[in-house]
Design a protein around this ligand. Sequence first.
Ligand SMILES: Nc1ncnc2c1ncn2[C@@H]1O[C@H](COP(=O)(O)OP(=O)(O)O)[C@@H](O)[C@H]1O
Ligand SMILES: [Mg+2]
Length: 498
Amino acid sequence: MISFLTKLIQTGPGPLKYFNAMEAGIAVLLIVFVSTLGFLKASSDSTSLASIKEHLVEKMRLKWAKFRYKNKRDGVLVESEWLNDETRLRHTHVVGATGSGKTVLVEQLIAKDIKRGYGCLIIDAKGERDFYLRIRSLCKKVGREKDLFLLSAGSPSESSIWNPCNLGSASELQSKFFNSSIYDQFHYAKAVEGGLLRAFTTIDFEKAGASFDIKDIASVLKREFKGSSSENLEGLYLDLENLASSEWGKILGVNLSFDDFERSLQLFDVVQNGKILFVDLPTEAKAVQSSRIGRLLLQEIMLISGMRKADPSLNSGSPFCVYVDEFDAFATQSFATFLNKGRSSKFMITIAHQTLSQLDRIGEGFRGEVMGNCNVRFVFRQDEPDDAEKWANFIGTRSTVRQTYRSSGGKQTGESSNRLAEEFIIHPNEIKQLGIGECVYFSKSPRRMRKMKIPYEAQVRVDVNDTHGQVKIVMRAPSSKLTNQNSKNEVSEAMKGL
Ligand SMILES: Nc1ncnc2c1ncn2[C@@H]1O[C@H](COP(=O)(O)OP(=O)(O)O)[C@@H](O)[C@H]1O
Ligand SMILES: [Mg+2]
């Protein structure tokens, strides 16, 4: 040490040369001594000692859980909780304010299910291409690239084609399309229900087994109900016609060319053969169309669920996972019934959204049915006091003994009495104050309830060759309003710079 310091002093920077080796040695020892004192002082503080201990215990618990479930494949590990398939087949409900950590948790569940070889339908309402790219990189990493399919109007060249009219009898198609919208007026709902049934019966007869698409339905509606003065059906016709002529038209199988057949997929095949379908439905940009397509997909899942129940040979193999983020945009009243019955057809559903009032908008009693029909819940931070209160009530109360002290003339008499009181197991304020990634986890079966912090597992890195964007940016010059030639020139100069 002394020889090292001597060398450092001789060869080191200017100020060091004024010290001799002995002095430098004493300085180093002094620094070590002062830092040790500082550490000991901090450690003697009971709260920091407790937090170090808590941190170590927490780490050990997570390590132990990882070790314990390392070789198990019939479930997934979230933090230190083992969620087996049986538990998740009764469905999972994830709620939390925006930015509280829902999607991070859902993405972890998706990754674990993909690694286990399960089939998945992922409905993503955010339209962030990065999410899809991460899923694609993961599929590549685990050798499931060929299992992955995309439905996206934002990336038409990469997208598969799914025709919602390909599966189902006339009455099944009627129910699928009827439930792809929400009706606030009873007479409108009834008119649409009847109109759709007649349209599908007509088209089924005319096409006699050949395939048709939403444009064909729109044409039949127009022809059959022309002059019937039914505004209700005109609304339905315009809805379908608009969808058929939008950028989604081709992806939903409208005017399919021979070359497009290769890109066609059947949801039935995805479910039965454990494939992965990622659906990009940006609700911000194209709310009405995205919601309708998302609901059509979920309706078809319900139809397949019915088929699997009716024919047990279709119902073997691994569960099929359905993930719906921003669920409120795609929910329909019929989905609540499906949550109740989906278990026996091996659909493992995970829904995520922000507030309970979003569910109230779907219909009367819908919130209660969703809450009652999900087995596993992750409740992240709730900003609305009403929601925090509802969840606290849902989790329940426990009886505790409270001691009350008597006082007389402002002074305690020393006498006390005990009384039984009910208190929240998790107080609404705790739900309002959860940090990012923190949640209350509870399941009905097996009975579990605890607060947890979802570990932030490193996300799959996107393959650098995969990042090329598919987004088409259309920018128009405001030339039609400009009469002045100079301004026109200025605009075209400005456009050149873009
Ligand atoms: N468990 C977690 N640990 C640490 N940070 C997290 C965790 N969950 C989420 N975050 C952070 O919060 C951000 C928003 O999370 P996200 O899941 O997208 O929120 P939400 O879907 O609820 O709107 C993430 O990008 C991440 O930076
Ligand atoms: Mg999210």
